[in-house]
Design a protein around this ligand. Structure first.
Ligand code: TXA
Ligand code: MG
Length: 304
């Protein structure tokens, strides 16, 4: 069973485990990641085994200093520079052309790679002390709800990993915004806390505009229609007045959206823990953080 560690001694243990080729649970400001040293293919392979994720699905590389992007990238566009200058450290992942030495296990065999610099001091400390970036997908089984506490990680993967670093509950609560910076017009592949409006504003300083104004669900490779899904069936409603009074629990996702995002996955996990078969959800409006929350809820409600 995985042990939860913290503080300086916990950091040392986690770094030693990464050095010896283990995968570990690592907090970030978005969700907890399942981390491995990017220099070690055997360790990277363990990520896919533990998550039960197909090896063709690319991973996000996490760095601790912006300069580390140069080592991973073949080239960095002005738009990419502008985005990371403003948004890092923070919940933004950029897709860039990968340098030839980047492991195919990170790229999923593509010529591009995803990179982000998390705004979480524990993650940054671990990466710095390791002396290498780590690859980390969310620390849940493929298709399930992402973890936002160390205990969530132990619940999901505790039998298959040895260590989880406890960095508290995640401030943002949903996965990072992914922007593909390799296309002529940058494109949002996954919505997150860095909103489309913010991205448009930043890239407009480079005379760029988003490929399309995305309002539907995310479409990064490997993201299924059914994703982030609890076992509880969710019924989505645009307005509170539409919710039937049938005694089923109601999640109000239309209030303070920062708070809604922060607590969303814990709430979804709570429904499963209570064996609730059906719950109603009042949706947030489109726009701002509402895009990302709607995206996760639509995926969580699909395909059951
Ligand atoms: O907030 C986050 O991004 C969290 C924390 C742990 O950093 N990580 C996360 O990783 O959500 P994961 O693996 O669960 O989701 C990464 C997404 C996948 O949908 C993957 O397809 C996409 O990023 N992705 C990774 N590399 C890509 C690439 N080269 N091109 C397009 N999409 C890519
Ligand atoms: Mg994930």
């Amino acid at each position: 069973m995985a042990r939860i560690v913290s503080g300086d001694s916990g950091t040392r243990e986690v770094v030693a485990a990464l050095r010896s080729g283990q995968v570990v649970g690592l907090p970030t400001e978005t969700v907890y990641g399942l981390a491995a040293d990017i220099r070690n293919d055997a360790a990277l392979l363990k990520i896919f085994t533990v998550k039960r994720r197909p090896v063709t699905h690319p991973l996000i590389i996490h760095i601790a200093r912006p300069e580390e992007l140069e080592d991973i990238a073949l080239e960095i566009s002005p738009v990419c520079h502008a985005l990371v200058d403003i948004c890092w450290p923070g919940p933004l992942t950029v897709i860039i052309r990968a340098a030839p030495h980047v492991s195919r296990l990170c790229t999923g065999g593509r010529d591009t790679v995803a990179v982000r610099l998390p705004a979480h001091s524990s993650a940054q400390n671990v990466i710095r002390q390791l002396g290498s970036p780590v690859a980390a997908p969310s620390a849940n089984r493929f298709g399930d709800v992402s973890p936002t506490t160390a205990l969530h990680v132990v619940d999901d993967l505790g039998d298959d990993i040895n260590l989880v670093f406890d960095g508290g509950s995640c401030e943002v609560g949903i996965e990072s915004t992914i922007v593909d910076c390799t296309t002529a017009k940058p494109e949002i592949l996954r919505h997150g806390a860095i909103t489309p409006e913010a991205i448009e504003q930043i890239i407009s300083t480079c005379d760029a505009a988003l490929a399309t104004r995305v309002s539907g669900t995310s479409r990064a490779p490997g993201m299924l229609d059914r994703h982030y899904a609890p076992k509880t069936q969710l019924v989505l409603h645009e307005r509170e007045a539409k919710v039937p009074q049938d005694g089923a629990p109601v999640l109000h996702c239309d209030g303070d959206l920062v708070e809604v995002a922060r607590t969303l996955y814990d709430q979804l996990r709570g429904l499963d823990a209570r064996n609730i078969s059906l719950a109603h959800v009042v949706m947030p409006p489109s726009g701002g953080l509402g895009f990302a929350i709607r995206d996760r809820l639509i995926k969580a409600a699909t395909g059951l």
